[in-house]
Design a protein around this ligand. Structure first.
Ligand SMILES: [Zn+2]
Length: 135
C-alpha cells in the first residue's frame, strides 16, 4: 500500500479509529488500515474501501462484513465508515458505546467495543478531557 493512500486514510479519519473513535495518539499499538470489505470478499485497496482502525477493532473485525444483531438475531451488515454516519449508528453513555441502530449494535457486539480494557482506557481519557471526540 502506498504512503500517499495511507496518509489520506489517516487524515480523513482525523487520526482516530473509525469504529471506536480512539485517538491514535492514545494507543500503545499502532493503528492499521482496515479493508472495510475484506480482500477475501473481493474488497479493493482503495480509499473508499479503507478505514483507519485501532489494533483491537481491526483484530476483532477480521474479514467479517456482517453479524447477528444481539437484539433481534437478524443478520445485519457491519458499520461501514464510508457509507454510514457514526453518530447515527452509535452514541456514548460515559465510556460505554451504545448502538442506536441494528448496524451499531452488531458492530459493538462483533468488534467487542465495550470490552473491559477499552472501557477502562476510555474512562482514563475522559478524566483527561480528551474523549469522546463527539459530545
Ligand atoms: Zn477501535
Amino acid at each position: 500500500m502506498d504512503a500517499e493512500l495511507a496518509a489520506l486514510v489517516c487524515g480523513r479519519a482525523n487520526n482516530r479509529c473509525e469504529y471506536c473513535q480512539l485517538p491514535q495518539a492514545h494507543s500503545v499499538l499502532p493503528f492499521e488500515l482496515d479493508h472495510i470489505i475484506a480482500k477475501k470478499h473481493l474488497g479493493e485497496t482503495t480509499a473508499k474501501n479503507l478505514a483507519l482502525a485501532c489494533f483491537y477493532c481491526n483484530s476483532f473485525k477480521g474479514p467479517n462484513i456482517a453479524g447477528l444483531d444481539p437484539k433481534t438475531g437478524k443478520l445485519v451488515q457491519l458499520f461501514n465508515p464510508r457509507r454510514h454516519y457514526w453518530n447515527r449508528c452509535f452514541r456514548w453513555r460515559g465510556p460505554i458505546l451504545i448502538g442506536r441502530t441494528p448496524i451499531g449494535r452488531v458492530t459493538i457486539q462483533l468488534l467487542c467495543l465495550n470490552n473491559s480494557d477499552a472501557v477502562a482506557l476510555r474512562e482514563g481519557l475522559i478524566d483527561e478531557g480528551v474523549f469522546p471526540p463527539f459530545k
